[in-house]
Design a protein around this ligand. Structure first.
Ligand SMILES: *[C@@H]1O[C@H](CO)[C@@H](O)[C@H](O)[C@H]1NC(C)=O
Ligand SMILES: *[C@@H]1O[C@H](CO)[C@@H](O)[C@H](O)[C@H]1NC(C)=O
Ligand SMILES: *[C@@H]1O[C@H](CO)[C@@H](O)[C@H](O)[C@H]1NC(C)=O
Ligand SMILES: *[C@@H]1O[C@H](CO)[C@@H](O)[C@H](O)[C@H]1NC(C)=O
Ligand SMILES: CC(=O)N[C@H]1CO[C@H](CO)[C@@H](O)[C@@H]1O
Length: 467
């Protein structure tokens, strides 16, 4: 709560200064002039883009936890042998950043560049790893003494110096035109949530997370290995929600709010059909690969909330993960089942590995390590996909205690727009507060509020309370 207050205060100060002068002139402007200012760009935007405000569906049955699911209320057939086609048809397309350095990679190839070490730097496996070497715990024999080491204390540790950007760290680029990424399958987990609900978790693996720069210096908070994901939540085969991971948080949307791209449908065997379908479109930020629903500049929330840090997205190379992916049906609990041949070849043990997918945070004395107030240059790599709360009922992976208004992780009905020069149509639609403001009636009150609070204090409060 204290952090939230501090944040609001901070936002107020940075937003109120440029707005102060406009607030002062208000008494001299009459209603007609304000109406003249207000050409209702939001309605225009809805009209042009055929966005229908999405109705929240209130009467749908509850989403169940894994232990509550039985044969009578499961959504998927018990012996399901194929990923449902609606999951593939609604797989998000991902626009990578146009000047991205670190592209997606195949986890199978990636692991070959690592050995396995414990937190003191002792070797657990000192030869190049294969994905099959990853598992939940390891037997270590030392002076005839056998000990079991749990994987959660272990680190995949690069053989090459990752600070020098070896080729394998750069990942693989999607094919222009089709979005096919031959050498970097995405990883799909389909989880039955009971009562007609099904969650499709699309995981995107990148060999490196390049952190942001502060006033030209950086990067800060970089790490080797980067697992990001999106969640498409279906009810009876119809997509209802989409959640996007970004740093340790993310954003939930009504599915209808998300931008769509028309694409030819692929049949169950991956063959192109003449049928045109609408696919959701998301954006992966430069370096950090945080996912957003719009292009432009996106201020970070955590863990840098006092820093002017932002992510950037644009319409760079388009990746279509539905053309190449590993896939599993997971019950959210114990059983996980590979759903195609390239997935079966990976085995299942890697899913149980609880260690990091990249190097341990470099020690302070390492010349590659640097410190800026709030963050190190290189931090720990991430943990694997099965430990990202796939059994969740909420759309969010975790609930942020410093966002007290958002405890339920509500799904946004309108796109959260990027700011800045690179944002598209930002002039028309305004920032996110603009979206909220356009719901205000009567119009003259809205005009005044818009005039006074445009990007102002009230905006921030509204944004945080109603998002
Ligand atoms: C999940 O695990 C719990 C505890 O191990 C068990 O009681 C429950 O039956 C499991 N649920 C499923 C769907 O396997
Ligand atoms: C199905 O799930 C509901 C919870 O929504 C539970 O109350 C009910 O007992 C389950 N059905 C059966 C047949 O167990
Ligand atoms: C790692 O996996 C490979 C097979 O992929 C196997 O040949 C090798 O023995 C394993 N190494 C260890 C230390 O388990
Ligand atoms: C095995 O480990 C135990 C306790 O860690 C130690 O007391 C013992 O000396 C070790 N034995 C050998 C042969 O190193
Ligand atoms: C999991 C899976 O899809 N396995 C298939 C792999 O391919 C053989 C034939 O080539 C099938 O028989 C398996 O069912």
């Amino acid at each position: 709560m204290l952090v939230t207050l501090a944040f609001l205060l901070y936002s107020s100060i940075i937003w109120i200064l440029p707005n102060f002068s406009s607030a002062l002139v208000i008494p001299y402007i009459d209603e007609n002039i304000l109406n003249h200012f207000d050409n209702d760009p939001f309605n225009e935007y809805i009209e042009q883009n055929k966005i229908k405000p999405f109705n929240l569906k209130k009467n749908l049955p509850p989403i169940l936890t894994p232990d509550k699911i039985n044969d009578e209320n499961r959504s998927l057939h018990k012996d399901i042998s194929k990923i449902p086609s609606y999951v593939i048809d609604n797989c998000p397309l991902v626009h990578l950043y146009s000047e991205e350095t670190y592209f997606p990679d195949d986890i199978k190839e990636y692991t070959k560049h690592f050995t396995l070490k414990d937190s003191d730097g002792n070797s657990i496996i000192d030869t190049p790893l294969s994905l099959q070497n990853l598992t939940s715990s390891y037997k270590v024999i030392h002076d005839d003494n056998e000990t079991i080491v749990e994987s959660n204390s272990l680190y995949m540790t690069s053989i090459d110096d990752f600070d020098k950007d070896p080729t394998w760290l750069l990942g693989k680029q999607p094919e222009y035109g089709t979005g096919y990424l031959k050498d970097a399958p995405a990883v799909l987990f389909v989880v039955d949530k009971g009562n007609g609900w099904v969650d499709a978790f699309w995981f995107y693996f990148y060999p490196m997370n390049g952190g942001p720069y502060i006033m030209g210096y950086g990067p800060w908070g970089s790490h080797v290995g980067d697992w990001e994901h999106s969640l498409v939540r279906f009810f009876k085969g119809k997509p209802q929600y989409l959640w996007l991971s970004a740093h340790s948080g993310g954003t939930a949307y009504q599915f209808g709010a998300i931008e769509k791209l028309e694409k030819l449908r692929h049949d169950e065997d991956g063959k192109l059909t003449p049928e045109v379908i609408e696919r959701p479109l998301i954006f992966s930020a430069r370096g950090t690969h945080a996912n957003y629903a719009s292009v432009g500049q996106h201020p970070h929330d955590v863990p840098f909330f006092f820093m002017p840090l932002s992510d950037f997205t644009d319409r760079g190379p388009l990746w279509d993960p539905s053309l190449n992916f590993y896939s599993y049906i997971y019950d959210g609990n114990k059983s996980v089942k590979p759903m195609n041949n390239q997935t079966s070849e990976l085995g299942l043990n890697w899913l149980l590995y609880r260690g990091t997918w990249g190097d341990k945070q470099l020690p302070a004395k390492d010349p590659r390590q640097k410190w800026c107030p709030a963050q190190w240059r290189y931090i720990d790599g991430p943990i694997g996909p099965l430990f990202k709360n796939l059994q969740r009922q909420s759309l969010c992976q975790s609930i942020k205690s410093w966002k007290p208004f958002n405890h339920g992780c509500p799904a946004r009905r309108y796109l959260k727009r990027g700011n800045g020069l690179t944002a598209e149509r930002n002039d028309l639609i305004g920032d996110n507060c603009g979206v909220l403001l356009y719901n205000i009636r009567p119009k003259w009150l809205r005009s005044i509020l818009r005039f006074v609070t445009w990007r102002g204090v009230l905006c921030n409060i509204m944004e945080y309370s109603t998002g």
